[in-house]
Design a protein around this ligand. Sequence first.
Ligand code: BYC
Length: 330
Amino acid sequence: MYAQQVKSTGARVKSLEEMDAQERAFQERIDAGIKIEPKDWMPEGYRKTLIRQISQHAHSEIVGQLPEGNWITSAPTLDRKAILIAKVQDEAGHGLYLYCAAETLGVSRDQMTKDLLSGKAKYSSIFNYPTLTWADIGAIGWLVDGAAIMNQVPLQRCSFGPYSRAMIRVCKEESFHQRQGYDIMMKLCDGTVEQKEMAQDALNRWWWPSLMMFGPSDNDSVHSAQSMAWKIKQDSNDELRQKFVDQTVPQADYLGLKPPDPDIKWNEARGAYDFGEVDWEEFFRVVKGGGPCNKERLAARNKAWDDGAWFRDGLMAYAATRDARKVAAE
Ligand code: BYC
């Protein structure tokens, strides 16, 4: 299955006849559902695409800790604080599995970190929006983790073994995160008028950025066609966005909240919700660094890296002494 299924602006996907023998054998393995492992031969484009996607994904997990970490000291109860700390720690763990998966492709963790800190590497646009109220923590769990799961469940079947295996564990944890976010929203919606208004305000601000998480529309997606041919991606950006809307609108109804889109309407013929157009100008502005918190996020990651220099130096000094002792003892 390598035919181009989505309208994409990326390079045309080669047909089997256009491939050399090695590429064809590789594509046939993918088509047969056989996982590719790090030591297997792979086309350079496949390796580069995976490094790009997995490292961006890892960076998103790491930067994604910042908006939520902001509320750890202000969580309304001890239980909520403990749950939020655990969630933020989980995100760090996801980043680590993903950096390890990318390292199997020959890129170093130091290089990936440098690319994030210099602003060269991308991370998800969603984390460039501020968390203004406690309801934002509910909305992130419900919507952002909800969108992440929608995107990541198919990634468990990704053709590259280490990425696919990392996603199995990540998805289990994300499901818990989504439930805790929805639980916060339920409590707020069952609370006072002011609490319900706070929940609606959070939904108003996070709805469209959540839809943007799935990437540009299929017409503008550069990588989708090739990534789907290689079974790195299983679904196109628009297909996943539609599934997310179909799943989330009834959840908003249950809470008694309304997504900020007057065009949302059940379409009986399609068996899906119609919805309005994402503001793509805003999406590309945020991706290019012009979102409300892009500068703050990069500054926070750079500060964390600089502040951790003494610890990294200490670890290296300890490792060198330990190695020297080992050599002396031999
Ligand atoms: N934000 O050709 P396209 C989480 C870029 S975090 C920024 O469609 P592709 C969580 C794209 O990279 C969720 N950039 O690309 C953590 C490309 O630029 P480059 C993170 C975006 O790769 C903490 C260009 O636009 N999840 O779970 O086929 C707390 C053209 O796009 C975005 C992942 O990373 C965006 N939203 O598809 C809570 C999942 N969208 O690289 C939750 C793994 C697109 O050419 N990644 N771009 O410079 C993917 O599934 C895919 O990479 C995407 C994009 C669907 C995101």
